[in-house]
Design a protein around this ligand. Structure first.
Ligand code: AHR
Length: 339
């Protein structure tokens, strides 16, 4: 199969590749010149990324690009700029070009059945990464590698329980509450859904904890700031802010400080990702708990893509190693994060 594809690419490669790639919206970094592709013997991987909404995302893209370069894998990279229709277009272009493997980060869980069926009909294996998908026929993709968002949500919930342990005992559950604000990630994305579900699962048997506000900030710092301006205006008794990513958290910190509030002291803050700025905020006492979401999955992704190109099977589900950083830890031990 790989040989037939290579022959096809030799005959039609330059023209088709140029046409297809020029139609891919936002396709840029690591874009290969067609003549370069013909000269190389390595496998070709089509990589559809969702955008550059956060420092986490930029690091994730770089990790895949660097790993591909290191292994001599040719990466056709497409940036979907936060639109599912751009991702579907990119996937269709990869199929038309007959890449050896498709790797993609699905922006949302639903809506992939048709295009993945097309990939299967073309004999191209698909690796899903970072965010999960919901398809009727699970065999439409070979496997998933990425974060365990349900666990991240549970860890956030456990931290809240632990932090308010003593205060809780003095509360009258009928009238006193611990008020929580949740900054939700992109609606319909598996990571936001998992982070929300895990959190609620831990708190559900404790009625004194109440989520009073939950809105999507789309994983963007600017929206985190905007939402914070709104909820700080609406409530003056917030105990906890649970933010689905560091970008939104940094926006919240800015909004709180502008109002003369002390983040991490007046309100407990839990954030997910563990980019350097969040670790710095943890050290300054502006954040109380940082849950890592590991973006450095490139080497493992490329290894799996190589296996798929060679016709080998891969694990169905692979979670990456992730840690939790607490305010009470020895924070001097945390290595520079690199993003
Ligand atoms: O899908 C992973 C999430 O997407 C990260 O937590 C967030 O920062 C990113 O934009």
């Amino acid at each position: 199969m790989v040989l037939i594809r290579k022959k096809f690419r030799k005959q039609f490669g330059i023209i088709i590749f140029m046409i297809l790639i020029s139609s891919l919206i936002g396709c840029s970094a690591q874009k290969k010149d067609a003549s370069q592709i013909e000269k190389d013997d390595g496998i070709i991987v089509g990589f559809s990324q969702i955008g550059a909404e956060s420092a986490w995302r930029t690091c994730n893209t770089r990790s895949v690009q660097d790993a591909a370069a290191e292994r001599g894998v040719q990466l056709v990279y497409a940036n979907a700029e936060q639109k599912q229709e751009n991702q579907i277009k990119a996937l269709r272009s990869f199929i038309a070009y007959q890449v050896d493997v498709i790797v993609f980060v699905p922006i949302v869980t639903d809506g992939w059945d048709n295009v993945l069926q097309e990939a299967r009909d073309a004999g191209i294996p698909v690796l899903v990464t970072d965010r999960k998908i919901d398809v009727e026929d699970q065999s439409l993709y070979a496997g998933f590698i990425g974060t365990d968002s349900l666990k991240e949500g549970r860890n956030a919930g456990l931290f809240v329980l632990d932090t308010f342990e003593h205060k809780r005992e003095q509360l009258d559950p009928a009238k006193d509450h611990i008020n929580i604000v949740e900054l939700f990630g992109t609606e319909g994305s598996s990571v936001a859904l998992g982070r929300a579900e895990g959190f609620r699962e831990v708190l559900k048997s404790h009625p004194e904890y109440r989520i009073v506000y939950s809105k999507s900030g789309d994983f963007l710092r600017s929206k985190g700031y905007e939402l914070a301006v709104e909820f700080l205006e609406m409530y003056d008794d917030i105990d906890v802010i649970y933010s689905h990513n560091d970008g939104m958290t940094l926006g919240v910190i800015e909004a709180m400080e502008e109002r003369g509030l002390r983040p991490g002291k007046d309100i407990v803050i839990i954030t997910i990702d563990a980019q350097q700025a969040a670790i710095d905020a943890l050290r300054e006492g502006k954040v109380n708990c940082v849950i890592e979401c590991n973006p450095k999955t490139g080497p493992e992704i490329i290894k799996l893509a190589e296996k798929l190109a060679a016709g080998e099977s891969i694990p169905r589900l692979q979670y990456v190693h992730e840690q939790v950083f607490y305010e009470t830890d020895d924070l001097s031990l945390i290595e520079p994060r690199g993003y």
